[in-house]
Design a binder for this molecule. Structure first.
Ligand SMILES: Nc1ncnc2c1ncn2[C@@H]1O[C@H](COP(=O)(O)OP(=O)(O)O[C@H]2O[C@H](CO)[C@@H](O)[C@H](O)[C@H]2O)[C@@H](O)[C@H]1O
Length: 483
């Protein structure tokens, strides 16, 4: 089975969040199951470096305002098709904005171009390569199914995965003329969205199937509370909606072999985590004591609810817990976290920035990881936490609710608890959960048993990979007229 994945990020080459982890892991997880995935990604500066001398497999005299070409290259075990369009992608800064974090004003053009090329490839634009299905990720590539629908590849099935409904790619109606779509596409069942153009909306409408990254979130987004304006459309497509929980790369995230740790360990040698804890304490300027050390590794945005934790922090510290923050994002939230650390010297530490290695050390050294998200499609950091014996303390929402077993009395006595759940969007509930953390942590045998229980969980891609294969297979088997 040949699948073209169209993605704006792919781990380990370019990552701003969890989408990259998933786009990077799926091709490898599916390779042993008879599915060959090629990934089309923009040639950002760091990607350009790896294909310098490769011949183009596809060329455009003009693609959204400039010359472009597609280059096939293998890197890190991934089969990549890099879209080199220097006028769109060869810029300093991040994939979506400049160094200050401000979005590029032509993002609609950049990601329409990526999607258009995906649809062209689906239509046979690369000699000798004809994908049987296209898999798009989030708004940045959501126009691929739309371009397919109105172009040559109208009969090729497509999957639209929602990693984050909060980013929808909404633009003014004025861009429509430049998208190169037929006039009829500017309609309710096309790309039109509240009078403008909606990229994600267009993808959700056009794709043969929609997936999101956990069963609970798949149900949540059919409701106004979580649907962010798209619930009506998603609910209409409920028969084509699938919730497939993310796996993790259990080789990259393995405490027994992880080079980022001061000491490696496994479920039988949990005591060695102390060495990592000491390293975290040093790095964050925290007191050395036996109180629970709880970390945050997160983008600092409204979604992640870190502001709720900041507001409840005085109470959290009073309950005897220490906090270590690693995150970047909203400037105001970054400032609030730094101010908190200054106010609770020794009890709260903060590093503002993105540091993959440090995130591993924190999972390997902290006692728990707190994730107070307002909504969470799946969440990966709680899965890394489970794998590393860093007990997840999570809001009961989306994928967090699907992957953590709360340490209530019944679960504790049955020995099946793996973490702590609390009602989302509530500082009181969060504080109560932290108090429970402090209590259970005070019983080392019980705590260690929870850690081991989490470490036993199967977090690999095995089961979910099988579900993607089944979905791909069923879509490919459908007649085009059933689409
Ligand atoms: N400052 C920092 N330094 C180092 N590493 C950092 C970091 N901040 C975040 N990370 C890392 O980035 C990734 C974030 O993954 P998440 O699943 O938490 O969220 P994200 O919201 O980006 O992804 C969206 O897509 C994913 C994938 O489908 C869904 O799991 C999720 O719910 C959805 O919101 C993790 O690998 C984490 O370790």
């Amino acid at each position: 089975m040949h699948v073209l994945s169209v993605t704006p990020e792919i781990f380990p080459l370019i990552k701003t969040g969890g989408l990259a982890d998933v786009a990077g892991a799926l091709p490898i997880a599916l390779a042993g199951r008879g599915v060959t995935i090629r990934s089309l990604i923009p040639a950002y500066p760091q990607i350009r470096e790896i294909f310098r001398r490769k011949k183009a497999v596809l060329q455009y005299g003009r693609l959204f305002g400039g010359k472009a070409s597609v280059h096939a290259v293998e890197a890190n075990g991934l089969d990549l098709l890099a879209l080199d369009a220097p006028h769109l992608f060869d810029r300093p800064g991040g994939p979506y904005g400049d160094a200050t974090g401000a979005d590029w004003p032509d993002n609609w053009r950049r990601f329409a171009a990526l999607s258009q090329v995906g649809a062209d490839i689906a239509g046979g634009a690369i000699a000798g390569y004809m994908p049987e299905l296209v898999h798009a990720h989030d708004w940045q590539t959501a126009m691929a199914p739309a371009y397919m629908r109105y172009g040559k590849a109208f009969a090729t099935p497509s999957v639209m995965t929602v990693h984050n409904l909060a980013f929808q790619g909404r633009f003014g109606a004025g861009i429509f003329g430049e998208l190169g779509l037929p006039a009829e596409a500017m309609s309710l069942d096309g790309v039109e969205y509240y009078g403008g153009v909606g990229f994600l909306k267009a993808g959700l409408q056009a794709a043969s199937a929609i997936t999101t990254v956990s069963p609970t979130y798949a149900q949540e987004i059919r409701t106004p509370t979580y649907g962010m304006g798209l619930d009506g459309l998603i609910d209409l497509r409920a028969d084509d909606l699938h919730g497939i929980v993310n796996g993790i790369d259990v080789d990259t995230w393995n405490p027994a072999t992880d080079n980022n740790l001061a000491a490696t360990y496994d479920a039988r040698s949990l005591k060695k985590r102390r060495v990592n804890r000491l390293a975290v304490e040093k790095h964050f300027g925290l007191d050395h004591d036996n109180s629970p050390l709880v970390c945050v590794v997160s983008r600092l945005t409204w979604q992640k609810g870190v502001d709720i934790l900041v507001a409840a922090a005085d109470g959290v510290i009073a309950s005897g817990v220490r906090l270590a923050f690693l995150g970047a994002g909203d400037t105001a939230l970054e400032g609030a976290v730094l101010a908190l650390a200054a106010r609770h010297r020794g009890r709260i530490g903060a590093v503002i920035g993105y540091d993959e290695g440090l995130s591993h050390l924190m999972q390997g050294g902290c006692d728990a990881i707190v994730i107070p998200s307002r909504f969470e499609p799946c969440g990966l950091t709680q899965l890394y936490g489970l794998r590393y014996g860093c007990v997840p303390v999570v809001a009961r929402t989306g994928g967090l609710a699907d992957t953590v077993i709360d340490a209530n009395e019944a679960a504790l006595s049955a020995g099946v608890a793996t973490g702590f759940l609390f009602a989302p969007d509530s500082g009181d509930a969060l504080l109560h959960a932290m108090r429970r953390v402090a209590t259970v942590h005070g019983n080392p045998a019980q705590w260690a048993s929870m850690q081991r229980q989490g470490m036993k969980a199967d977090l690999s891609w095995d089961r979910s990979a099988e579900r993607y294969v089944e979905l791909y297979r069923s879509l490919i088997a459908r007649r085009p007229s059933d689409k």
